[in-house]
Ligand binder design. Structure first.
Ligand code: GLU
Length: 519
């Protein structure tokens, strides 16, 4: 067989916000396409009109724009295989439904939902298949005249796939190897519904993958049970030679406990499961997103790439370009990947500290504005420079207090308040204050104020040049008391840096206030 150009697709259904697992699927498709010089298609699978959610498609497109994952063709990108929205391809599917009917690979069934319910009530574990289809109301049991008459009188029907029982169906999966399923356990799946003149997911998916010349189907593990049916459909159409190769990605698992990652886990442990914030159009409920939470897109992409795959060494930080080089679909894990959200924050920290300090300003500015504080870009950049590598306390999934690096602009506020707000009181119970504000402190601070007053160059270096020699001469150790004056507690950056940020006047004012208050 001639070598075909690699063509893969990401084919979400617009039934709500894109789940973070879907983002990982799209990313793996992207990496695979790029490393083979292939194409990535963006297809919208919206044949289930009952589950359509307005805004979902736009949300998905916006998510990938933010993440920097680009498509070569598809909805909003154009291309030669369109339309790429399945609801706009009705006529195409009808032709292929007819092909299956004409070749006896499918049949028309008139059973109403009520009739099916009744069957299910009568027959335990009822399944519409080779063992039952001859006792149902369909084109296999009715005469051609009866079928025509029913259709002519407006009876709704579905088209079902006629699955021959007793055959081992093999799915050749790049990640899982040979997956075998006996056709007897499959039911005669509905491929088309006359009621809305639309195919179901299975038919539309196979027809489109064929027509769009898709070579590899890379998707979540939840689609593995559908794969044998898809193999049979390819065969029924006579397309077995160009059937795409399958790769079913590992599940994303809960960070704590067992089972699939769910939105509930995110809500409980405080992390988003969607790339962008989502406003549900029906319930009005707002679900948090990675973007709004303060994640950088590179960090999200890097974190997701490693959920189910790794480059085989301990390299963790990777640009998209590097991932394209290193990614290996066949080395993806079969086992589910635990969704380690603390690791996600770690990645964000790594990328945040790599970016120029000034780039934090817009996000930090918002955090400050929420506290009613206005600061210049220069001030914010300086605070970031001094504080970005500090650690913050958090409570983990088990309720334990732990420490982590600053991972979001919002982490900065509790650690940087004193840059913008002077202490107005001193906690008498604070251990640091108790230990470090001594009888002699007020006097020492008065002396230090005099020294500082005389300094013209109030930069950190300028102060150091004068104050360091003075402390040597006097053998005074004023640092901790000075920190109490300027910060009000035992935290913060280097004292010269802090004083330089506050400026001489504010530094002296805070010192005088502490002297007056603490005595
Ligand atoms: N429309 C399916 C979804 O929502 C596509 C599954 C597939 O990739 O075949 O994920």
């Amino acid at each position: 067989m001639e070598q075909r150009k690699v063509r893969v697709r990401f084919a979400p259904s617009p039934t709500g916000p894109l789940h973070i697992g879907g983002v990982r699927t799209a990313l793996y498709n992207y990496l695979f396409a790029k490393q083979h010089g292939g194409d990535l298609i963006f297809r919208i699978e919206d044949t289930d009109s009952g589950r359509f959610v307005p805004g979902a498609e736009e949300y998905i497109i916006e998510s990938f724009r933010w993440l920097g994952i680009t498509f070569d063709e598809g909805v909003s990108f154009g291309g030669a295989h369109g339309p790429y929205r399945q609801s706009e391809r009705r006529d195409i599917y009808k032709k292929y439904v007819k092909q299956l009917l004409d070749t006896d690979k499918a049949y028309i069934a008139f059973d109403t939902p009520e009739e099916l319910d009744q069957k299910r009530a009568e027959v335990e574990n009822f399944q519409y298949d080779a063992s039952t289809r001859f006792s149902m109301r369909n084109s296999l049991t009715l005469s051609q005249e009866e079928v025509d008459a029913l259709i002519a009188s407006g009876h709704q029907y579905v088209v079902r796939f006629k699955i021959e029982p007793g055959e081992d169906v093999h799915v050749d999966d790049i990640i899982r190897g040979d997956v075998k399923i006996n056709s007897s356990i499959l039911d005669d799946k509905v491929l088309y519904k006359s009621a809305d003149e639309l195919p179901t997911y299975h038919l539309a998916n196979i027809v489109d993958d064929h027509l769009m010349e898709v070579t590899h189907v890379i998707r979540g593990e939840e689609w593995l049970p559908s794969a044998p049916l898809h193999v049979l459909l390819y065969r029924a159409f006579g397309w077995a030679d160009t059937m795409p190769r399958f790769a079913h990605l590992p599940l994303l698992l809960k960070p704590v406990g067992n089972g699939k990652l769910s939105k509930r886990d995110g809500d409980k442990l405080g992390f988003p499961v969607f790339p962008l914030e989502w406003h549900d159009p029906k319930s009005g409920e707002i679900s948090s997103g990675y973007r709004e939470k303060g994640y950088l897109p590179q960090a999200v992409v890097n974190f997701l790439a490693l959920l189910g795959w790794n480059p085989g060494n301990d390299q963790e930080m990777m640009s998209l370009e590097e991932m394209v080089k290193l990614f290996d679909l066949s080395k993806c894990s079969k086992n589910g990947a635990k969704f380690d959200y603390v690791k996600a924050a770690w990645f964000n920290h790594q990328y945040l500290v790599q970016q120029p300090d000034a780039d934090w300003a817009p996000a930090f500015g918002k955090v400050l504005a929420a506290q009613g504080i206005e600061a210049t870009d220069e001030q914010m950049t300086e605070v970031v420079r001094l504080m970005k590598t500090k650690v913050i306390e958090y409570v983990d999934g088990q309720g334990n207090k732990k420490k982590r690096n600053i991972s979001f602009a919002s982490d900065l506020w509790p650690l940087t308040r004193f840059f913008f707000v002077a202490p107005t009181e001193f906690d008498a119970e604070d251990k640091f204050i108790k230990k470090n504000w001594k009888e002699t402190s007020a006097d020492e601070m008065r002396q230090l104020m005099q020294v500082l007053e005389g300094i013209d160059d109030f930069s950190a270096e300028g102060q150091k040049a004068v104050v360091d020699p003075w402390t040597e001469q006097t053998e005074l150790r004023p640092w901790n008391a000075w920190r109490i004056c300027l910060v009000g507690a035992g935290q913060g950056p280097d004292m010269y840096e802090l004083a330089a940020f506050l400026g001489k006047e504010e530094t002296l004012r805070r010192m005088q206030f502490a002297i007056d208050t603490l005595g």
